[in-house]
Design a protein around this ligand. Structure first.
Ligand code: ADP
Ligand code: ASP
Ligand code: MG
Length: 412
């Protein structure tokens, strides 16, 4: 008998038929004697539809009203799923984030969870009910509705599992686990039986949207056993584990992540003097724009070319900010490029192996793919390339690092 927190994503609750199928699955868990808290996303496409409606009214709606709007998607699915459970004779009760009292800070559209009141949920579980909670949303101290960022239902699930000290947090989605890379891009991608928190954190932060990065952070911080599984097929999925010193030798590269959400900005002819980087990047951060990769290079004329990446949605604003800086610094042109992609190889095994980056560059060079920027850390190497070569690059790297073979397949 276990206490499970199970999260079902947008595709898994995308139609009423699918909601009924989720209800069937939940009834089976209940009949096996498990206590279940369910977290659901909005029906697939609904959050995007709501954002589209807002944008019909104004280009940059206020974040507070955005949260009031987009949180409605999840309210629909908690009610429908609870009805489907009740129809099956399985007692259930739905809760919005504010009804549970998932307390967050006030950073609308990207709020962080601060506290969860588990009192109501415990009462329902003791009374034999399935507790159905709206993902992605919370409430701040002043009673404002907040949301946790795209993909935030994963984080709701992990946070509830931590608060309830659940035996496992299970993320049910439209793939049957975490793969060596996005299986929709590389056919030969393999499901991993397990992946370390550290690697999953890198994969998520570098663009693998199978888990929201904050969910992985939360699981690591609170030691929540976390598993990714399919809503549609049976199987053990992928367990996110803490690194085991005694484990078999890790493959050098465990996975490949990619991200099409970034854009690149270059300001040329910057005088090579102390403080230039600060003068360029401070106004960008003051405008609340996050910078990811940075490359600076001094030419023979003692002028530097300064290049960095930002989220694509921030390109227009960043370019405006940068143009002002360029004028002040009497620097050269400011160029923005949104047709880039970032591809990263990730693996804890990299720590103990030399030549990993070289192998990556060789694989890309063999395909004639030009590298525009590079950044490395202990367990990853990322490159920025032209967006049109993204899929080719991911496939080439997947085979160069023999992930088809190393990915752990279903055991017979
Ligand atoms: P949900 O709506 O259930 O939250 P998401 O679309 O957020 O589902 O996440 C699942 C998707 O993540 C998959 O359909 C897959 O295309 C994508 N994905 C990206 N990288 C990976 C990976 N390494 N392993 C598995 N899925 C991945
Ligand atoms: N519905 C929200 C989104 O589409 C949250 C989630 O699905 O996790 O981003
Ligand atoms: Mg998701």
């Amino acid at each position: 008998m276990a206490l499970l927190v199970q999260k079902f994503g947008g595709t898994s609750v995308g139609t009423t038929e699918r909601i009924e199928a989720v209800a069937d699955k939940l009834c089976r868990f209940r009949n096996e004697g498990h206590d279940v808290v369910v977290v659901v996303s909005a029906m697939s496409g609904e959050t995007n539809r709501l954002i589209g409606l807002a944008n019909e009214i104004m280009e940059e709606p206020t974040p507070r009203e955005m949260d009031v709007l987009v949180s409605t998607g999840e309210q629909v699915t908690i009610a429908l799923l609870s009805m489907a459970l009740q129809k099956r004779g399985c007692d259930a009760r739905s809760y919005t984030g504010s009804q549970v009292r998932i307390l967050t800070d006030s950073s609308h559209t990207k709020a962080r969870i601060q506290h969860i009141d588990e009192h109501n949920m415990r009462g329902d579980l003791e009374a034999g009910r399935v507790v159905v909670v709206a993902g992605f949303q919370g409430i701040d101290e002043l009673g404002n509705i907040t949301t946790l960022g795209r993909g935030g239902s994963d984080t709701t699930a992990v946070a509830l599992a931590a608060a309830l000290n659940a035996d496992e947090c299970q993320i049910y989605t439209d793939v049957d686990g975490v793969y060596t890379t996005d299986p929709r891009v590389v056919d030969s991608a393999r499901r991993l039986k397990q992946i370390t928190f550290e690697e999953m954190l890198e994969m998520a932060s570098l663009g693998s949207k199978v888990l929201q990065i904050r969910a992985v952070e939360f699981a690591g911080k609170y030691n929540v056993p976390l598993r990714v599984l399919s809503s549609f097929t049976e199987g053990e999925g992928t367990l996110i584990t803490f690194e085991d010193e005694d484990a078999m030798e890790q493959p050098v590269v465990s996975g490949i992540a990619f991200n099409r959400d970034e854009a690149k900005l270059t300001i040329s002819g910057v005088p090579d003097t102390p403080g230039s980087a600060l003068r360029i990047l401070k106004p960008v951060s003051d405008a609340n724009i996050e910078v990811d990769m940075i490359v600076q290079n001094v030419g023979e004329d003692n002028k530097t070319a300064f290049t960095f990446t930002v989220h694509r949605n921030d390109l227009k604003r960043a370019k405006e900010v940068l143009q002002k800086v360029a004028d002040e610094l009497t620097a050269g042109q400011v160029i923005g490029d949104s047709k880039i992609a970032k591809v990263s190889i990730v693996g804890v095994g990299m720590r103990s192996h030399a030549g990993v980056a070289t192998k990556m560059f060789e694989a890309l060079s063999n395909e004639g793919i030009n590298i525009q920027m590079i950044s490395t850390s202990e367990i990853k190497v990322s490159v920025v390339i032209d967006e049109k070569y993204l899929e080719l690059a991911v496939r080439a790297l997947h085979s160069a690092f023999e992930l088809d073979r190393n990915g752990v397949q279903e055991e017979a």
